[in-house]
Write a protein that binds this ligand. Structure first.
Ligand code: DC
Length: 235
């Protein structure tokens, strides 16, 4: 699977494990590009809602994938913005409604197949390396990634983090609702027939429940740096 020599770091795991923050900081520390694949699924879900396409309408979803253009652009001050056909949808795709919709559309083979090439292209264009964050990067999208991590945390810890994030944004959702939503999404993501959420056999599992963000980032960056160094020795 050619990807222009980029060193690929796959960071998979369930919602609320801290993947997004960790992935962004790992990418910054390493000077690698960042590909948030969940944002891609969310953008497709947002477009399906906008266009009134049912989440199980495979023909409708295929048509949608053929006519939309999803891009990442740098966010002034750090991070990334997601654009759909030239319009910034970064905030619109982060609502609980779109979280549920993304879980539904991501279970459709037509959507997974349709987004595979986009994810690979973004990684190939990354220069020296890329951090890809998602659910099936190490198992399906890049089974030959140089470093794979499965970042997870206990369900109560994940729900509390997500609740704090939503509350800070002014969302009135309760912790119980967040936990119920999360349990449903975990179940759907893990039990779906296509590309279910599971650690790759060669992934390093990192449980973030009792670790600080700094500790998690240090552990991942340390592992990547040692693989980069041994790659250099081999090469
Ligand atoms: O990481 P996230 O919460 O932004 O992901 C949104 C949804 O997309 C989530 O339900 C799982 C799905 N997803 C996926 O199936 N495969 C990926 N590589 C990334 C996300």
């Amino acid at each position: 699977m050619s990807r222009g020599g980029a060193f690929l770091v796959a960071i998979d795991g369930p919602a609320g494990a801290g993947k997004s923050t960790v992935s962004r900081r790992v990418a910054e520390r390493l000077g690698f590009a960042m590909v948030d694949t969940g944002a891609i699924y969310r953008t497709v879900a947002w477009a399906a809602v906008r266009d009134g396409i049912a989440f199980d309408d495979d023909a409708g979803l295929a048509g949608l994938l053929g006519r939309i253009r999803i891009e990442f652009r740098p966010r002034p001050g750090g991070g990334q913005l997601v654009f759909l056909d030239g319009a910034d949808v970064s905030a619109a795709i982060r609502t609980p409604e779109i979280s549920r919709a993304a879980s539904s559309v991501s279970a459709r083979q037509v959507v997974r197949d349709g987004l595979l090439e986009l994810q690979r292209r973004l990684a190939r264009g990354a220069g020296k390396g890329a951090v890809l964050e998602g659910r099936d990067i190490g198992t399906v999208v890049f089974p030959d990634a140089e470093a794979k991590f499965f970042v997870t945390a206990r369900p109560d810890v994940r729900a509390a983090r997500r609740h704090a994030e939503l509350s800070a944004r002014g969302d009135a959702i309760t912790l119980a609702e967040v936990l119920a939503d999360q349990n449903q999404r975990d179940k759907d993501d893990m039990e779906r027939a296509i590309a279910p959420l599971r650690p790759a056999d060669d992934a390093v599992v990192v449980d973030t429940s009792d670790l600080s963000m700094d500790e998690v980032v240090d552990r991942i960056v340390g592992e990547v740096e040692s693989r980069l160094a041994s790659g250099t020795l081999r090469g």
